[in-house]
Design a protein around this ligand. Structure first.
Ligand code: FAD
Length: 442
């Protein structure tokens, strides 16, 4: 199997007819850079408000994280409730939980009204304890989130067994809204809807520079788009445009997927509700059934690359760790073959919450990014909120995201710090796994 990050991405395996690249100059009300969930959702909402929009995408639609993620459409937030209250205050944390509920509901409504069939299974997503030492902490976290208005339920071990969830998962914090979807079908569905609405999409068109001003110019190798406003929907790629370098830390996330399981193998595993699952490791493992009849595992190891360079090389060590982890959680799959391994880049802010804002001398360069690995719902919804913001309308649900945050350090401190912290977290999680193995052996 090739070790490129996208070589065996199963979500975009079917080729699509690309939209032609930009060839010549264009004028538009708004230029959007990036055709992932943020860019397409923003472009569609702007178009629905009557604006003329051009989307510029360096690869094909979904070439970033939107076309290769794990597909957990979730209200999950990246931080524990306590940390959220520390970052946003109690009122801000409540608003954030309301925002994440609405983000999932908005995405569901969008799929329905735009007629996007993304193989969506709406049975929620669960953080599941994998070691007895995590059980009480998970239950306390469920209480803390509920107290802040989150729609979560704590499920005991017995309740997980009623749902036929494998025994490696001891108890769970269930985020009731949401479920799992096919991220490739979703992003391509957004693309089709945007094109039908007469959004002009130029694929294979890399923006090389942005010339600040009123109007603003997006300069590509074969043409310039001139617009009154520009939207940066480039998430982890944003530093390569010389923007927001210290706001974002790009991290590489990988996934593996088993070959389709036989009916017998599926019956033995159970897990009929097909809830998305993530573990209580510090850097979680994620699991889901796929529409292909396999199980996909993701995350667990994330890496930063020197100077935020987003390499396209696969991470053999991460693929191996994910494969081992999957076989440990699902022992009946000890000899199943891995059919696909792939990955992409996400963007972390220092407090793991997304950020939305406007920059440039005329405050006409807008951005929403930094979803810290939870962008399917958040990027879709923030896209709509950003479209309103471009038109001068503010949404109170986005108030927590228009904030000043601590910035990441410059190189080489950034690389040294990120490598040291991520290495320590990796070792901590490996120790948890050794403890689980010791328990299983007794
Ligand atoms: C392996 C993996 C698993 C994940 N799992 C989940 C999950 O289960 N649930 C969840 O909610 N989130 C998940 N995420 C995160 C989620 O995919 C992202 O948060 C989300 O896709 C971000 O969308 P976006 O549109 O902002 O960015 P992207 O999808 O990265 O889009 C940015 C786009 O900008 C384009 N671009 C960049 N630079 C330029 C330029 N100079 N000119 C033109 N175009 C440019 C890129 O090609 C890209 O298409 C995962 C991510 C990864 C990588």
């Amino acid at each position: 199997m090739r070790q490129d990050l996208s070589a065996s991405n199963p979500w975009l395996a079917e080729p699509a007819q690309p939209a032609p690249p930009l060839d010549g100059d264009l004028r538009a009300d708004v230029a959007v850079i990036g055709a992932g969930y943020t860019g397409l959702s923003t472009a569609l909402a702007l178009r629905e408000a009557g604006l003329d929009v051009v989307v510029l995408e360096r690869g094909s639609v979904g070439a970033g994280a939107s076309g290769c993620n794990s597909g957990h459409l979730s209200t999950t937030v990246g931080s524990p409730a306590k940390a959220l209250v520390r970052s946003l205050g109690e009122a801000g944390a409540r608003t954030y939980f309301r925002f994440s509920d609405e983000a999932v509901a908005y995405t569901e409504r969008r799929m329905q009204t735009l007629g996007i069939d993304a193989d969506y299974v709406a049975h929620g997503n669960m953080a599941a304890s994998v070691h007895p030492g995590h059980d009480a902490r998970l239950e306390a976290e469920a209480d803390a989130r509920r107290a802040l208005g989150a729609r979560v339920a704590f499920l005991s071990g017995a309740e997980l067994r009623e749902r036929a969830i494998p025994t490696a998962f001891r108890c769970g914090l269930l985020h009731e809204p949401g479920g799992v979807l096919d991220p490739g079908k979703y992003v391509r569905g957004l693309r089709d809807a945007a094109m039908q609405a007469s959004v002009r999409i130029c694929e294979h068109t890399r923006v090389e520079t942005i010339e600040d001003g009123m109007p603003v110019h997006a300069v590509t190798p074969r043409g310039v788009v001139t617009a009154n406003a520009l939207v940066l929907a480039t998430n982890a790629f944003t530093p390569s445009l010389g923007r927001l370098e210290r706001t974002l830390l790009p991290l590489r996330v990988c996934c593996v997927e088993t070959e389709p399981l036989t009916e017998d193998e599926r019956r033995v595993i159970g897990w009929h509700g097909r809830e998305g699952i993530s573990t209580t490791h510090v850097i979680p493992e994620t699991y889901r059934w796929t529409p292909r009849g396999g199980i996909a595992a993701g995350t667990r190891i994330v890496r930063y690359a020197w100077k935020s360079a987003l390499s396209t090389t696969g991470d053999a060590a991460c693929f191996a760790v994910l494969t081992r982890a999957l076989r440990a959680r699902f022992p009946t799959l000890a000899s199943s073959r891995i059919a696909a391994q792939w990955g992409g880049w996400v963007a972390f802010t220092t407090d793991t919450l997304p950020i939305l804002g406007a920059s440039g001398a005329h405050r006409n360069i807008f951005y929403a990014l930094g979803y810290s690995g939870h962008g399917i719902a958040q990027a879709t919804f923030l896209g709509a909120i950003l479209a309103a913001r471009v038109r001068g309308v503010r949404d109170e649900l986005a108030a927590p995201f228009e904030r000043t945050i601590w910035r990441w350090p410059v190189e080489p401190f950034r690389w040294v710090g990120a490598s040291a912290v991520l290495g320590a977290l990796r070792r901590f999680d490996a120790r948890t796994d050794r403890k689980i193995a010791a328990l299983d052996a007794n």
